[in-house]
Write a protein that binds this ligand. Structure first.
Ligand code: DQA
Length: 142
């Protein structure tokens, strides 16, 4: 199984941005943790992060025929992006939506997820462990 771990805007600032909400682990720590878990589970994993909506659309399109699953934290674009929803629908790759924080307990504007309807599951509020949980879901282990 080949999985793309895809992250949206400001996730490259993990460890710096609002540590009370997102924790002290950096983006590199997150990738290392996912890579280690993937090795354990026999998953082939690749990473991509962008602060640009179109680049994320490109990454989803480029995943077509290349990846069996996507672990996706669209970050703020979760709450705004029809383009990302359409890209996920276009490629039809099983995708798990991940949020480090528990978005359900935050501001009203975070209660909407445009991508959710194209995802097989959502994991939120588990910190960076949510990415590992998402890999389990894609493996069918739930
Ligand atoms: C986030 C939650 C989003 O609302 C926010 O815009 C982010 C990160 C999370 O991982 O908790 O940037 O996706």
């Amino acid at each position: 199984m080949k999985i793309l771990v895809l992250n949206g805007p400001n996730i490259n600032f993990l460890g710096i941005r609002e540590p009370g909400i997102y924790g002290r682990e950096t983006y590199d720590d997150l990738c290392a943790k996912c890579r280690e878990y993937a090795v354990e589970k026999g998953i082939d994993v690749e990473f991509y992060q962008s602060n640009h909506e179109g680049a994320l659309v490109d990454a989803i399109q480029n995943a077509y025929g290349e990846f069996d699953g996507i672990v996706f934290n669209p970050a703020a674009y979760t709450h705004t992006s029809i383009a990302l929803l359409d890209a996920l629908k276009a490629v039809g790759i099983p995708t798990v939506e991940v949020h480090i924080s528990d978005v359900s307990k935050r501001e009203d504007f975070r209660q909407v997820s445009y991508v959710r309807s194209a995802c097989v599951a959502t994991v939120a509020g588990m910190g960076t462990d949510g990415y590992l949980k998402a890999m389990d879901i894609l493996l069918g282990e739930k």
